[in-house]
Design a protein around this ligand. Sequence first.
Ligand code: ZN
Length: 260
Amino acid sequence: MFLAHLAERLEEELAAPDEKGTERQVEIDMESLVKQAADEPKPDFYYASQTQQTRYKCEHCSEFNDIRGLYGYCAACGWRNNVQMLAVRFEEIRQSLNDGRSQPEAATGQSVSAFDAACRDFANQLVRRIPMKAARKEALSRLVFHDIESETFKRLKNSFDLDPLKGIVDKDARFIRLMMERRHVFEHNAGVIDRRYVERSGDEDAVEGNLLRENRENAHRLIGLLARIASNVETDFHEIFTPTEWPVNYFKERQKRSSR
Ligand SMILES: [Zn+2]
């Protein structure tokens, strides 16, 4: 945990804009940390007895990771785990849909919000790790992924050459837009169709004031498409921040040998 704190501090320092040719010195003052008043926030490692919150085995190199929060970089290969965590969540949502524990309306909201969080974290990583002017930083920190027609997708393309909608055909994009508008109705209007939905969803049967119903097939189809978009974001993200190859290759080798 202590090492993780050091690494995080170092990462933050090194991510800061740098002038060419200047030497950097990163200072981490242990003594002042210990002397801090009791009500000042202390870094995570200080609470040595606290357990971390997400334990997972990296799907790219099989390294075991134990991290605070939900998202993080694999300690061995550097893959960010967002898509892996999202897949786990999507699987849970699909399961409870199938065995009737959750309604398609709820499942739609849950999948969009899990997707939104995973993608926003990628955007936040770009903001943290790539030197940029304040205005761009500000614009990027406001990105949302629960509206396919928002500025988000254009911005990612223009600023970072990220293409979340790569390979998503028009018909599917229209379906995603429809479902995201439906989510809005379920989450914010108790399922009652409002004017916004009539105007923006593309749903020609929509009548303002009627109750909107969802079905399981739509929810499953949406989850499949969201998984593809998130995976596009991941691929482009790791083209910018390249993972360390040897743990990944070593893992592949071992898998090949054991399957022989
Ligand atoms: Zn890994």
